[in-house]
Write a protein that binds this ligand. Structure first.
Ligand SMILES: C[S@@+](CC[C@H](N)C(=O)[O-])C[C@H]1O[C@@H](n2cnc3c(N)ncnc32)[C@H](O)[C@@H]1O
Ligand SMILES: [Zn+2]
Length: 326
């Protein structure tokens, strides 16, 4: 953890600022062990370079397992920029809009989008409930402008009005209440700041029905066994590409149709293992944005990718004015 993160943090229990206690930072300026403490005495450990605002990975142990195994699978390389393209399509954000901005990645996993945003010159904080944060810290946490925090979206440890941009890609539908999780985000935005979310769509009703039936079984299987079963997606992919029968099979027993076989296994596990998985429509997600007072709603890659902007003047930020910020 870098000391520069402190100015963004707030105690999730009482909202006051936090101070660090413990050994001095490493030569590169990283606080690897210690604790954060607020004036009321609420304390949170820093372990292996990551501040921990949760005691364990609660209902996302499947993601701790997944991101430990696939800690770099989806990371961009010199030859391939798939995560960067994905980020552009799902948020509509461009490098110029990110450069010099303070950004929150809600549910960062192993950090593939932290990598994109840091390359584009943003200062980015990634939070995740799972132990994926350990992979994210190893991958990127020591890099300039990247912070990694283990926290729950329902109890975020940040000052109000702290971020210029908040994005959450493929995360909120894995919480027990997608709308409630979304509504935790806008208060953390500065006036004029943007929030971008991408969630699963509820448009293919047959596929949703069959996959929900399968998930009633798969979410109860031991993770290692389920992960082995996901290797079936490697040969099935070729069968599923046959016109007619392939289309039917895709609806009866959905698998990831990613071209790369490692991504296919990962994405199939990512579909069948999470305890919570909800699906949504554009009108439903729009209604959450309106409920939060966000405006200038923009649509991006289907199924459901939406961006909205916080007003300059809003009830919890009465003195905010254009041009203010950090
Ligand atoms: C499908 S992964 C997406 C990760 C990353 N956004 C990406 O696209 O590579 C969903 C992530 O959401 C995280 N998550 C689920 N519930 C959460 C919660 N309540 N608070 C924070 N993160 C959560 C999981 O731990 C997991 O890493
Ligand atoms: Zn406190």
């Amino acid at each position: 953890m870098k000391e520069s993160l402190l100015k963004m943090l707030a105690c999730p229990t009482c909202g006051q600022g936090l101070a660090v206690e413990g050994p001095p930072p490493s030569p590169e300026g990283e606080i690897l062990e210690g604790r954060l403490i607020c004036p009321a005495g609420h304390a949170y450990p820093i372990r292996a370079g990551v501040p921990r605002f949760v005691s364990d990975d609660a209902y996302v142990d499947n993601f701790s397992f997944e991101w430990k195994l696939h800690c770099r699978t989806q990371m961009d390389t010199c030859e391939s920029k798939v995560s960067e393209e994905d980020f552009r399509r799902k948020t509509g954000l461009l490098p110029d809009q990110v450069r010099g901005k303070r950004i929150l990645d809600v549910g960062c996993g192993m950090g593939r989008f932290l990598d994109v945003v840091a390359r584009w010159g943003g200062e980015v904080v990634g939070i995740d409930l799972s132990y994926a944060v350990d992979a994210a810290f190893v991958n990127l946490g020591r890099g300039a402008g990247v912070h990694v925090v283990q926290a729950d979206v329902f109890s975020l440890p940040f000052q109000e009005g702290c971020f210029d941009i908040i994005y959450s890609i493929g995360v909120l539908h894995h919480t027990p209440d997608c709308r409630a999780a979304f509504l935790r985000l806008p208060r953390l935005l500065v006036g004029g700041g943007h929030v971008c979310v991408w969630v699963y769509g509820r448009y293919n009703k047959l596929q949703s029905f069959t996959s929900d039936c399968w998930r009633a079984i798969t979410t109860r299987l031991p993770k290692r066994f389920l992960y082995s079963l996901c290797y079936l997606s490697v040969p099935l992919y070729y069968l599923y590409r046959i016109p007619g029968i392939g289309h039917l099979l895709r609806n009866l027993f959905p698998i990831s149709m990613q071209k790369r076989r490692t991504w296919r296994v990962l994405d199939t596990f990512d579909w069948y293992s999470p305890k919570y998985q909800s699906k949504h429509t554009y009108p439903e997600v729009f209604s959450w944005f309106r409920e939060a007072g966000l405006r200038q709603l923009m649509l991006y890659e289907p199924p459901v990718a939406v961006r909205g902007t916080r007003d300059w003047q809003s009830p919890s930020q009465p003195s905010e004015a254009p041009g203010s910020g950090h």
